[in-house]
Design a protein around this ligand. Structure first.
Ligand code: UD1
Ligand code: CA
Length: 454
């Protein structure tokens, strides 16, 4: 059966106290609405309608994609009114309603809900709540069948005692929706067109309202303020951490681990505290990541070691290679097998061959460095003349003396050496020593300056 999905995202989110529309606030580095859209996509629907209102332009700009249709709800007159705005764009046999501020809903839960929908049946996602204050209550008849949803503000004492709450997530037969929404009224405590009133209409029309329970409360929790947002964030991270541990990763403290993207992991990976993984990260077997590292869009190959306080972005760390503490690998950094990058070394668009070393305090940009080459402390590639960038090419088994400046474009052949403190401006042939510095003079009997009497 075909499926249209409507995501409600027009509300203001006053309690966020923010210039940013509520649904753009991030959980795990991705906007809440972005999470809902990605989950919706997993259901392979015929269409995804996003109902926007507050901050409509910002939302559209941030999330525009060819498979999304944005529908403007100029005035927020209620959830039923919001869905009605999308009606002209709906044509599928089933319509699923989601919320842009309920980001942790799982595709599997929605699959179970959708399986309930037929011409004669709706699927309603409910949740048992310790404190249902504020939620619509699920009113069931003597036979246990759902009869209606009553909003908290409209509920009497007996109804308020019901602990089964409406998550708001609902799946209905598409061809009935226009009729039900057309009959909504706003004569209720909030003066709104409630989507929830559709339930009693469906029952009156002889349909059955079947229910499905969310796996846990957090899955259906919306973020109305930054406290709830942080709760969703921690829950997301808790789940991400458990998933990784189940796959063979040791997290020294899952409460101090953050995933802001996607990671694939091998076995016997160890991740110390305060590590943030962003974007797309691949971690192979036996990798160790020290504390306080940020690793974005990178590949860490088998047995690689990233030591404390390192920052990697777009890096490829080879088998058994290591970097840090305090290494910075910027986009295009490639460490060959067993290569070594030590403290306060910055690489950008630079390749270190197998077993090559840059142990201390260097900047290597736009460089190709051969196997086993050693870069002395304080070495800098001068890759930029203020207008253009140039390349430095070092062969294999090169030895760069400490504090050398390699002025690109420049290349050094296999086995070449530079004297410490050299400024290298011309190519160096293989197996040759280059010394590019003023010769030392010793001045005998030289007197130090003395302080002048005033
Ligand atoms: C709604 C449900 C309630 C349920 C609760 C779960 C209704 C009438 N009530 O109540 O049964 O227990 O969610 O959290 O549906 N929105 C729009 N346009 C509007 C109004 C709302 O896009 O005109 C969006 C909001 O941005 C929000 C969502 O719909 O994402 C829910 O709206 P909200 O006003 O928060 O509904 P609740 O009163 O919480
Ligand atoms: Ca709400």
């Amino acid at each position: 059966m075909s499926l249209d999905i409507v995501i409600l995202a027009a509300g203001q989110g006053t309690r966020m106290r923010s210039a940013l529309p509520k649904v753009l606030h991030p959980v795990a580095g991705k906007s809440m609405l972005g999470h809902v859209i990605d989950t919706a996509r997993q259901l392979q629907p015929h269409s995804i309608q996003v109902v926007i209102g507050h901050g409509a332009e910002a939302v559209r700009e941030r999330l525009a994609a060819s498979d999304l249709n944005f529908v403007l709800q100029a005035e927020q007159l209620g959830t039923g009114h919001a869905v009605a705005q999308a009606l002209p764009a709906l044509s599928a046999e089933r319509v699923l309603i989601l919320y842009g501020d309920v980001p942790l809903i799982a595709a599997e839960t929605l699959q179970r809900l959708l399986a309930l929908v037929s011409d004669q049946q709706l699927g309603l996602l409910t949740v048992q709540l310790a404190d249902p204050t504020g939620y619509g209550r699920i009113v069931r008849g003597a036979d246990g069948q759902v009869e209606a949803i009553v909003e908290h503000k409209d509920a009497n004492a007996a109804q308020r005692a019901i602990s089964e709450g409406n998550t708001g997530i609902l799946a209905v037969p598409g061809k009935r929706l226009a009729d039900w929404l057309g009959r909504l009224s706003n004569s209720n405590a909030q003066g709104e067109y409630y989507l929830t009133d559709v339930i009693a209409m469906a029952v009156a029309d002889g349909l059955v309202v079947a229910t499905e329970q969310a796996s846990d409360e957090m899955e259906v929790l919306g973020a109305n303020d930054r406290i709830q947002l942080s709760q969703l964030e921690r829950h997301y991270q808790y789940r991400a951490g458990r998933r990784l541990m189940a796959q063979g990763v040791t997290l020294i403290d899952p409460a101090r681990f953050d995933l802001r993207g996607e990671v694939t992991v091998g076995r016997d990976v160890l991740i110390d505290i305060n590590v943030i993984l962003e974007g797309q990260v691949v971690i192979e077997d036996g990798v160790h990541i020290g504390p306080n590292c940020v690793i974005k869009d990178s590949v860490l190959r088998q047995g690689a070691i990233v030591k404390a306080n390192s920052h990697l972005d777009g890096a490829d760390v080879g088998e058994g290679a290591d970097c840090g503490p305090f290494a910075r690998l910027r986009p295009g950094s490639v460490l060959g097998a067993k290569a070594h990058v030590g403290n306060f070394v910055e690489l950008k668009n630079a390749k270190l061959g197998a077993g090559a070393k840059a142990g201390h305090l260097s900047y290597l940009g736009d460089a190709e460095i051969g196997a086993r080459t050693n870069i002395g402390a304080g070495t800098i590639t001068c890759n930029y003349d203020g207008a253009n960038k140039f390349k430095t090419v070092l062969g294999e088994d090169v030895f760069i003396g400490s504090n050398s400046s390699l002025v690109a474009p420049v290349s050094l052949g296999d086995g070449a050496t530079t004297g410490a403190g050299s400024t290298v401006t011309i190519d160096v042939p293989a197996n040759t020593l280059a010394v590019g510095r003023a010769k030392q003079r010793n001045i005998e009997g030289w007197k130090r300056p003395v302080k002048l009497n005033k």
